[in-house]
Write a protein that binds this ligand. Structure first.
Ligand SMILES: CC(C)(COP(=O)(O)OP(=O)(O)OC[C@H]1O[C@@H](n2cnc3c(N)ncnc32)[C@H](O)[C@@H]1OP(=O)(O)O)[C@@H](O)C(=O)NCCC(=O)NCCS
Length: 183
């Protein structure tokens, strides 16, 4: 398997959680991060569609889930890959477990982590690597994201702040957020 890009990382930057916090940090595991290619389009589409149904669906308005799922289908995913949007994929020993997608130049388009691995630092690792790539290519950090309503708290932990009010387009509800520091 071709493994360029972020390379091998341990998702456990926090192997020693503070007392009482152990529940938030599952057992040690590692992921490999690499650039996704068009060969990964089906796996990416499957993963993000399933996570969107589970985590984002309940926050959407009427018809919103259909619109969102259509934007995550195989053809749309393949097109983004062909358009050279940055796609970094995280794999455990066998499977794709997480993905980050950047709409050039500095818009965080997707960040999805498999449900059983959420809150184990994988999202942070992917975002950090995406930031490094973006910084290398244009000198800036990822600055904007349209956060699904379920993920606003997580993006605030990543340094983004709400930018205006919640937007609803055809039932797809999201909170525009931005990050202005250059750190
Ligand atoms: C949002 C998401 C990508 C975060 O990835 P993750 O791997 O779970 O994030 P991390 O483990 O790196 O956690 C980063 C920080 O965010 C916090 N966090 C993660 N998910 C959170 C949530 N749902 N609510 C509140 N805080 C959250 C973590 O506690 C951590 O905070 P800390 O640094 O103070 O410990 C992941 O939960 C996910 O895939 N959610 C479902 C799909 C989704 O909604 N994606 C966003 C689409 S716009």
């Amino acid at each position: 398997m071709h493994r360029s890009g972020g390379g091998h990382v341990f998702s456990k930057s926090r192997l020693s959680p503070p007392p009482g916090d152990v529940e938030r940090y599952p057992t040690e595991m590692h992921v490999d991060i690499r650039d996704a290619s068009t060969h990964d389009a089906a796996a990416i589409s499957l993963l993000v569609s399933s996570l969107a149904r589970e985590h984002i669906g309940p926050s959407l308005g009427p018809g919103g889930l259909d619109v969102l799922i259509a934007s995550l289908d195989f053809d749309s995913t393949l097109q983004r890959l062909k358009d050279d949007w940055l796609h970094l994929a995280a794999f455990d020993d066998r499977d794709l477990v997480a993905v980050v997608v950047v709409k050039p130049p500095i818009h965080l388009y997707h960040l999805f982590v498999r449900s059983d691995l959420q809150r184990s630092g994988i999202g942070t690792k992917l975002l950090d690597e995406a930031d490094r790539r973006v910084q290398r290519s244009c000198g800036l950090r990822l600055a904007t994201v349209n956060s699904s309503l379920n993920a606003v708290s997580a993006y605030m932990r990543f340094g983004f702040k709400p930018d205006g009010g919640v937007v609803d387009i055809d039932g797809v509800r999201f909170q525009p957020m931005s990050r202005h520091d250059c750190g």
